[in-house]
Write a protein that binds this ligand. Structure first.
Ligand SMILES: [Zn+2]
Length: 74
């Protein structure tokens, strides 16, 4: 599954070099600060890296999915 909905809107508007929608999946690069959790995402199609700064409630809502995905990806 893709996680594009967790990214900022301008990142969702951005397209792969082929003109298609990016297919962002989380990487294991996750950094937590007091207010935010920065999660690095990589596009499965073009390997573009980007990061999303999720607020704590959003992160906790999606934590299981992200961890599950990272676990499965290894
Ligand atoms: Zn892409």
């Amino acid at each position: 599954m893709k996680f594009n909905h967790l990214l900022p809107r301008w990142e969702q508007m951005h397209r792969c070099p082929e003109g298609e929608e990016h297919y962002y999946v989380p990487t294991s690069h996750i950094e937590a600060t007091l207010q935010h959790v920065a999660v690095r995402f990589r596009c499965k199609k073009c390997a573009r890296l980007t990061a999303a700064f999720l607020d704590q409630p959003t992160y906790h809502t999606n934590k299981k999915l992200i961890n599950k995905y990272i676990g499965e990806d290894k």
